[in-house]
Ligand binder design. Structure first.
Ligand code: PLP
Length: 389
């Protein structure tokens, strides 16, 4: 076969998602898109803030805009703007040297994994976790190993401590979480920091924390604490895909705590890896987001949808933890076999993603980055599916 074995395996694993997409498209063609309740995609549908269009217009008229290659870690002025904003946001003084502009959070994760991991080394991740992590780990030749969370999807420090071995190079967390909507508290992060200090000392090498935060600004009752305050050997990964609804524009960054062990080496090497993977992050978008630091989509839209969905599903008899952030709900599957239940939902023209894809069988994920009408129109189907069980 002309395809590399590891890619062939990954393509095979992605078939489930592809089949789901195709099935969704088939149902929409057969029944009309308005009669299919598609909760399967994490693609933000809330419009970007109005300031975004204004910034684009300003950039068009600005003769000094750079459309050429940028330095591999990004334009210095852009990195400085991001560093200035993050210094206040995280309570840690950062300079442009700590920042690499990337092709979204996924570009940043690929940079970090390739920078830090030798073949066979492990990334430890609390489950449930974002499906992309497995692929990024494989691309870096590393191994993704999961560790369970508590019943309400929060960190279990004792389980994490027990799962760390001499092969663990980094712990990867994601808060607010896709798929659960959990937001980790300051005390949880502090406890995690203590575990990572202890285990780094035990194994005689630094274990880094990588904090994937693309939903940082999409929170409801919670605030996302500064992970830099909990553990200095931390790299924050972020993007503007969700907080500015710019998922297709592919712009994000990584930020390295200036006191992380070998921070300068990591910053230099991840800038270099970034150039191998994408040359540089899109120049126009770098210059746009530099002018939009602290601007966020209208989160009240997601909050309204979360409240609608939670009420409707609770009334119908579903069990779940109320998400504090992101735009996903992760209910318990009424059948142990979450694939089978997702198929029952499909009979009701409701599209959901089985938990098994997130390392959490027995659950299913609903994205509420969908119109209100999709949510309100779905409840009868959710009730009927539960009755069938
Ligand atoms: N991390 C998580 C948890 C995500 O949910 C996503 C996308 O859905 C990404 C990373 C990748 O996002 P980006 O568009 O910034 O590459």
């Amino acid at each position: 076969m002309p395809i590399a074995q590891q890619i062939a395996r990954m393509v095979e694993a992605a078939t489930m998602i592809k089949t789901m997409f195709e099935e969704g498209a088939r149902l929409k063609a057969a029944h009309g898109a308005q009669n299919v309740f598609d909760f399967s995609l994490g693609n933000p549908d809330v419009p970007p803030p109005p300031q975004f269009k204004q910034v684009l217009k300003d950039l068009i008229d600005d003769a000094s805009v750079n459309h050429g290659y940028t330095p591999t870690p990004g334009l210095t002025s852009v990195r400085q703007a991001v560093a200035d904003y993050l210094s206040t946001e995280y309570g840690t003084a950062l300079s442009q040297e700590s920042i690499v502009m990337t092709v979204g959070a996924s570009g940043a994760l690929n940079d970090v994994f390739k920078t830090l991991l030798n073949p066979g080394e492990q990334i430890l991740v609390p489950a449930p976790y974002f499906v992309g992590y497995n692929n990024y780990a494989v691309m870096a030749g590393a191994v993704l190993k999961s560790v369970p969370t508590t019943a309400d999807f929060h960190l279990d420090p004792a389980a994490i401590e027990a799962a760390i071995t001499e092969k663990t190079r980094l712990l990867l967390i994601n808060s607010p979480n896709n798929p659960t909507g959990a937001v980790y508290s300051k005390s949880e992060l502090d406890e995690l920091g203590a575990v990572l200090e202890r285990t780094s000392a035990r194994f005689g090498r630094r274990i880094y924390l990588v904090s994937d935060e693309p939903y940082r600004k999409i929170v409801y009752e919670a605030e996302v604490p500064s992970v830099f305050q909990a553990y200095p050997h931390t790299i924050v990964v972020n993007s503007y895909s969700k907080e500015l609804s710019l998922a297709g524009e592919r712009i994000g960054y990584l930020a390295i705590h200036p006191e992380a062990e070998d921070a300068g080496l990591i910053a230099g090497a991840s800038g270099f890896v970034n150039s191998m993977l994408c040359v540089n992050a899109p120049a126009l978008m770098q210059q746009a987001v530099a002018r939009l630091q602290g601007v966020t989509v209208d989160v009240s839209i997601y909050r309204r949808r979360r409240d609608m969905l939670c009420k409707g599903l609770a009334d119908a008899g579903y069990e779940f933890s109320v998400p504090q952030g992101a735009f996903y709900l992760f209910p318990k599957s009424p059948l142990a076999d979450d694939m089978a239940f997702v198929n029952l939902l499909k009979e009701e023209l409701i599209l959901a993603v089985p938990g098994v894809g997130f390392g959490a069988p027995g659950y299913f994920r609903l994205s509420y980055a969908v119109p209100d009408a999709t949510i309100s129109g779905s409840f009868k189907g959710f009730r009927r599916a539960l009755e069938k069980v």
